[in-house]
Design a binder for this molecule. Sequence first.
Ligand SMILES: Nc1ncnc2c1ncn2[C@@H]1O[C@H](COP(=O)(O)O)[C@@H](O)[C@H]1OP(=O)(O)O
Ligand SMILES: [Mg+2]
Ligand SMILES: [Mg+2]
Ligand SMILES: [Mg+2]
Length: 344
Amino acid sequence: MSYSKERHIAELAVQRACILTNRVFHSRVKGTVTKDDKSPVTLADYGAQALVIGAVNKNFPQDNIVGEEDAEVLRQKADVREPTWQYVKETIEQSQEVVGEIGSINSAEEMMDLIDLGVHAGGPTGRIWALDPIDGTKGFLRGGQYAVCLGLIVDGQVTVGALACPNLPVDPKNPDGEKGIILSAVRGQGATLKPLLENICADEPGIPIKMNAPASFADAAFCEGVESGHSNQGQQASIAKKLGITKESVRMDSQAKYASVARGDGDLYLRLPTSMTYEEKIWDHAAGSLIVEEAGGIVSDVRGNPLNFAVGRTLKKNNGVIAAPKNLHAKVIEAVKDELKAVL
Ligand SMILES: Nc1ncnc2c1ncn2[C@@H]1O[C@H](COP(=O)(O)O)[C@@H](O)[C@H]1OP(=O)(O)O
Ligand SMILES: [Mg+2]
Ligand SMILES: [Mg+2]
Ligand SMILES: [Mg+2]
């Protein structure tokens, strides 16, 4: 199968969602609510989830969806529901040219029902879309990096991925220039990048991307998260030292790290667990890991095992994530195993 329709719809869906997230970012009211796990969610997360699921459900109504958010807060709180609905409505009005392809939403009720289609349990069989409507909500709120992330898992294997990164520069050599890129990939067909345009019906083909293949760690730069609670930055620094990496790490929120490594603006992504009991979520890694693999890299857990997307909503068979160029991955895993020998 070519999966060209899936890729196209995924790209349009994440692109339209970014119109909404951008509007919310520039407004005063973000409707931030703290979830049970103490992480923030905003009305942009809810609105983006509704828009993306609407697009998937219109085109692939038989498919299952694992989405990060649910509509419980919206059903209870009119002061979150109503502004979310206003943003969704305005975004659809502003993107009429793609409504034929990725659909409309006609009421707040329908918006909440779409959000709640993301409840699937995941698993080893069938077609399952994994959606993070805003990955890096903390980055989004502070004006840093965030991403809208959508992956299609087919019989346990990530097969299609699209990542929209509104705050990554189009040209990494000009970090203060134009911002916003979309990366996408189909397994076996490579990864591409294109600018995130305001005019989303102008469907330019993407440019193929390849990861760097630095000859040695002395030339390599590594990416890690901003939040010290999401990965163990102390151990990451120690591994970098062991490997002979001399460049300062680049810290950014969200799957923008996978995007940076895939396009060659960075070489390694280290995500060492802060706790061996934390289960990474499939929506935090599906699209990004496929894009890195299709750009020529290897993505594994800290033991060097492939990420297993076939066991539910989380990657419960894995701990942490390491993304690296093919020629360096085995050496990184050696250093990681040495660093974590007390817990592995
Ligand atoms: N203890 C943790 N370890 C790893 N990732 C976490 C942890 N707590 C939250 N996250 C997730 O990390 C992601 C962002 O990571 P990064 O630091 O790379 O930007 C978010 O999706 C966030 O999930 P959540 O959506 O529940 O906040
Ligand atoms: Mg996330
Ligand atoms: Mg999220
Ligand atoms: Mg979240």
